[in-house]
Design a binder for this molecule. Structure first.
Ligand SMILES: [Zn+2]
Length: 414
């Protein structure tokens, strides 16, 4: 029988060490009881270390190079991409997204479904969970797809308005990493134990499919402080807590990616979107080798997505990178990176600098003799083999075309 109730919970910047199952110093006893029977994926990876491209992969089942949001500051997706929220609304589901930072989804195809977590207040840091509970109760008998997005765990970690001296970055630079992390863990505890539990208490697990995940992790070390700086094992690997109301279901043992949730949800709901992406439904078992891709592109417009710019009228966004026909400024410090992981090692290629590294993806330990050719080949096969390659023709500006050409050159195409 088809499943008709889906709850997707995104905890922004949620790292693998920010839940009690992996880090007993987090005191979340109520959350632990309520999620006791959820499976925890040990090898779950995001497609991008940035909120917009990562969520766009969640809602499309596509990698950034396929859906068009190569990086955080890309304004729009490629046209013609199916998104989960629209597809389920069309299929008769009650669909909504409630976020502590709804404007971060501005200009994306699924933006019309996004609203504040608490519509009655201005500062979503102070959001009450009650309107969400009322919504769940009001539509108790309807098919539902609900998305909740908690921003409290994002950079700032609820410290705004406090005079922090030294700041967290300085603490990390001084070698006081664990002290800095306490503030982050406190924010993660706040979301899990004081906000989420009130939702989870009301979820009947015999009816609901629930996924709780990070959209990317966070750095907190001297190599990377915040998630968008580069692709790193601390930001690419995140927790996924999964509950599917199917007798005997277990998480597949293979490496998992954010793009897997789209086909999983569609299969459970029996909604056919004609999906041909690389995501694999979590209902299909198998522990075969699999390489998960993560992409980062900060070449353009970094710093553009502040409040005032996010209020720009839709009609003024004239391309994926342009407002009123003018392209967003280049970012001189920008990078373009991709990484591949099989859940054991991570290979990262920096296209801007032409540098690569190979690491143990769990411990971060550097590994010798990176066989760059092998990994470039896997990446090239993903790009070449994509059923959505045609959408890439929409790359518009001269600068963007130039970057794309360079990328193909680096991969040995041109
Ligand atoms: Zn994020």
């Amino acid at each position: 029988m088809a499943c008709s109730k889906f709850l997707l919970i995104s905890i922004d910047c949620w790292r693998c060490d920010a839940l009690s199952r992996t880090n007993p110093s987090l005191l979340t006893p109520k959350f632990d009881v309520l999620t006791r029977d959820y499976a925890l994926a040990e090898r779950f990876f995001v497609t991008a270390p940035a909120t917009r491209p990562s969520h766009t992969s969640l809602f499309t089942g596509l990698y950034p190079f396929e859906h068009g949001l190569f990086g955080q500051t890309y304004l729009k997706m490629f046209a013609g991409v199916t998104n989960l929220l629209q597809a389920f609304a069309d299929a008769g589901f009650e669909v909504s997204g409630r976020s502590q930072r709804p404007d971060v989804f501005r200009f994306l195809d699924y933006e019309p479904f996004m609203g504040p977590l608490d519509p009655a207040i201005d500062d979503q840091t102070l959001a009450s969970i009650e309107p969400t509970l009322q919504m769940l109760e009001r539509f108790a008998t309807a098919p539902q797809l609900r998305f909740l997005h908690f921003w409290y765990t994002h950079g700032g970690y609820g410290l705004s308005g406090m005079n922090m001296n030294p700041g967290l970055r300085e603490m990390v630079e001084e070698g006081r990493q664990l002290e800095a992390l306490r503030f982050y863990y406190a924010a993660a505890t706040h979301v899990q134990e004081f906000l989420l539990v009130e939702v989870l208490k009301r979820i009947d697990l015999s009816e609901w499919t629930v996924f709780i995940f990070g959209d990317h992790g966070e750095g907190f070390n001297t190599e990377i402080m915040s998630h968008g700086d580069l692709i790193h094992e601390k930001v690419a690997r995140v927790p996924l807590l999964a509950h599917i109301p199917r007798e005997g279901w277990t998480l597949p043992a293979r490496t998992l990616s954010m793009i897997d949730l789209f086909p999983t949800i569609c299969e459970l709901a029996e909604v056919d979107t004609g999906y041909c992406g690389y995501g694999r439904s979590l209902l299909q078992d198998g522990d075969d080798e699999r390489w998960a891709l993560t992409e980062l592109d900060s070449l353009f417009g970094v710093g553009f997505l502040h409040k005032a710019n996010l209020e720009t009228e839709h009609r003024r966004v004239t391309s994926r990178l342009s407002i009123d026909g003018s392209q967003l400024p280049d970012n001189p410090q920008g990078v373009r990176q991709w990484s591949l992981t099989d859940g054991r090692v991570m290979f990262r290629q920096d296209e801007t600098k032409g540098e690569s590294v190979l690491r143990d993806v769990i411990s971060g330990e550097a590994l010798e003799s990176a066989d760059a050719e092998k990994y470039s080949g896997i990446y090239r096969d993903l790009v070449e083999g994509s059923a959505y390659r045609g959408l890439g023709e929409q790359a518009e500006s001269a600068k963007e075309k130039e970057a794309l050409e360079q990328r193909l050159k680096d991969l040995g195409y041109l």
